[in-house]
Design a protein around this ligand. Sequence first.
Ligand code: FAD
Length: 311
Amino acid sequence: MSVLIIAEHNNQQLNPATLHAVEAASKLGEVHLLVAGSGISAVVEAAGQVSGVAKVWSADAAYYGEGLAEEIAPLVVKLAEHYTHIGATATAFGKNLLPRVAALLDVPQISDLTEIIDAQTFVRPIYAGNAFETVQSDSAKLVLTFRSTAFTAAAAEGGHATVENVEAAPAQNLSRFVGRELTQSDRPELTQAKVVVTGGRALGSAEQFDALLTPLADVLGAAIGASRAAVDAEYAPNDIQVGQTGKVVAPELYIAVGVSGAIQHIAGMQDSKVIVAINKDADAPIFNIADYGLVGDLFEIVPQLTAALKQ
Ligand code: FAD
């Protein structure tokens, strides 16, 4: 059995999210990586060093440069005959590309896997992470996306993959790249951060969200997250929303500030190793999953906590 993992990258660097899919795929068979992009020599070199990767396919064409699913899917289909499983990490990139691949191949896709039982049997969350179902397929070929927080990352170095160029599939021109707005931040990326400080509706305004959470996150070297209520109220941008319809995180430490703990929020952070909740309502559901709970007013507790951590 062999598995093709589609590498996520920005034409210069391999996204660490891909390392989780490589580690998961190594449980299924020999792992090959496809790097499709434009001017990708550095990414191909990095991909070749990932531990557990036997082969890297390199496809370099201008129209692969922006990661458009409509362009990359036919290339994946071209390589698919060699593989029993085709996969990617369940990021926005993987979730966009792989259903298209599955449809073109006319094979099933099993999404957001959290466990591999055997080559045909997988576990995945349903009902916003409130239940897990075991899915078995008898298809000879499967398309899979892996939840990054459920699998450790393969080591970025130590591998010695062979590299082979693959001819680009013809340009499809079904979609056109218009632009990308990237958040510039010195903070760790939310889904990769070891510590996450998340604010909820109780912060009350964008100014208070920033004034209370930024110093706390700074002292902890943390990424900042937000509940959907905080995003909807425009206290925080929606790319930092944590939850069912936001990012899924599993840091070493998750601090929820003024977050009630709705099931849709918990779906995105319940695998965190240590959960700290600050909430004035002792009956808030977040305390059901918190390892440490502070009942009180966040406007008093957070500055005290930040000051204590600074000492
Ligand atoms: P609230 O529920 O309003 O909680 C605020 C909390 O702050 C309360 O517990 C309160 O006791 C506490 N508080 C108030 N004042 C203070 C104070 N001074 N000091 C300390 N504590 C205080 N939500 C997400 O977060 N992520 C998602 O991805 C997501 N996806 C969704 C998808 C669907 C289909 C639906 C229907 C909902 C989704 N939601 C999601 C919304 C979710 O149901 C909740 O509405 C949301 O999580 C609530 O956000 P909150 O905890 O910030 O606000």
